[in-house]
Ligand binder design. Structure first.
Ligand code: CO8
Length: 374
């Protein structure tokens, strides 16, 4: 049998704390009512807009989200704070994001039957890293005792698929023998808990995958990577302006435009057809029919987006078995969503079964990998 590049293990680390829609809405609404009472005169005179109230039933209906996990619960629901509270760690301690990454990486290594000695490249790819340098990937590499190299990369919701493509290409080219691609998504730090339209969208999680050559693979549940495809197209519809230049532009580093914000309706309308066309053209380029797909591990931003994308391609609703949903429990976890779905729903597939991992989000960025069970 010819050698191929495989995903030989996947790991999922879930934070201990969660926040239900009801808890989140109770906190936001209490904050909004306090804001409106404190600013009653300015609101009446048209100088300020009243904060609208949120609703748990709207959130579930519009997005499919019922709950989300958070790395730190303290602070996020406190109406005098409205953001999570994380203790500062010294330079000598493991950083928050590296801690999440290491936990997921260890699970992926165990699933792949590998030790750190089998890995020589570490990619930490996610929507945000907590600092620019030293790279979180190099911190993880050091903590796990991996010899080789590591780097961080940021591609918002498509960071995992874009990172996996880098890993696959490195193994193909022989510049790495074993790669850990890790997605520590600590999104809650960038959520604007005072914005009714987006306060419910995100959750925290970490996922990791091991990519290697089939010759070294010792996993029962490995998948050949048949092909990968990444595309970007510039859009301002999803934005976060937080960055290192904030210091020199003298802007408020915590202003609403520095945090995640979007035109959700436009994103929905524009990204669904892009993602459907992307999957179809990727499958076609490999001579695979949509009907041959046994599983769709789709990005988890919105249940209605996933239903629309799969319906457009299949001509009918995809079943939960075909296109599993995790966002009811996890919410949108940026790049990790499709990998959570893959982690939870892959070991029932039979040799020869084909599935697709597909992410879509800010940038815009769309990434896909076509996998075949070994
Ligand atoms: N409670 C009650 N009512 C609400 C709420 C709420 N929480 N929010 C909005 N409404 C109201 C609106 O005001 C509006 O009222 P009206 O009709 O009177 O104007 C009505 O409900 C409908 O509003 P929308 O049209 O905005 O509602 P939608 O049906 O479009 O649902 C969604 C909103 C759920 C946001 C939907 O548009 C969506 O999911 N869009 C896709 C978004 C998406 O996928 N974005 C990708 C973002 S993730 C990403 O790219 C990664 C970024 C990096 C990570 C960031 C980490 C922080």
């Amino acid at each position: 049998m010819n050698s191929s590049v495989v995903i030989s293990g996947v790991g999922l680390w879930t934070p201990a704390h969660s926040i239900s829609n009801e808890e989140l809405v109770a906190s936001y609404n209490a904050w909004a009512e306090q804001y409106n009472a404190q600013n009653a005169i300015a609101i009446e005179q048209g100088e300020l807009e009243a904060k609208p109230l949120s609703s748990a039933s709207f959130i579930e209906k519009a997005s499919g989200i019922k709950s989300r996990y958070v790395y730190a619960k303290e602070g996020a629901l406190d109406i005098d704070r409205m953001r999570p509270m994380l203790p500062t760690r010294s330079d000598d301690e493991v950083s928050h994001q590296a801690e999440m990454a290491i936990a997921a990486a260890n699970k992926a290594l165990a699933a792949a039957n590998k030790t750190p000695a089998d890995i020589d490249m570490v990619i930490v790819s996610c929507a945000y890293t907590q600092r620019s340098y030293p790279a979180i990937a190099i911190e993880v590499q050091s903590a796990l005792g991996i010899e080789g190299f590591g780097f961080d990369m940021l591609v918002a919701c498509s960071a995992a698929t874009f990172g996996l493509q880098r890993a696959v290409d490195a193994v193909k080219a022989g510049t790495a023998k074993g790669v850990l691609v890790i997605n520590p998504e600590l999104t809650s730090a960038q959520v604007n808990y005072m914005d009714r339209d987006s306060h419910f969208i995100f959750g925290d999680v970490a996922t990791a995958t091991v990519v290697e050559c089939s010759d070294t693979c010792q996993s029962e549940h490995a998948f050949d990577v048949l092909s990968s495809k990444c595309v970007t197209a510039y859009s301002n519809n999803i934005r976060s302006n937080f960055g290192y230049l904030t210091r020199v532009t003298d802007e408020d580093p915590y202003g609403a435009d520095k945090l995640f914000h979007q035109n959700g309706r436009k994103v929905f309308k524009e990204v669904c057809p892009m993602a459907a066309d992307h999957i179809e053209s990727h499958l076609n380029s490999e001579g695979i029919q949509v009907s041959q797909l046994k599983r769709w591990w789709l990005h988890q931003a919105n249940i209605n987006m996933n239903l629309l994308i799969s319906k457009r391609l299949l001509g009918r609703d995809a079943s939960l078995e075909e296109a599993p949903v995790v966002l009811d429990e996890y919410a949108n976890t940026a790049s990790a969503g499709s990998i959570i779905a893959f982690a939870k729903y892959h070991d029932d597939l039979q040799p020869g079964d084909i599935g697709v991992i597909c992410s879509f989000g800010a940038g815009y960025s769309i990434g896909s990998l076509i996998l075949k069970k070994r």
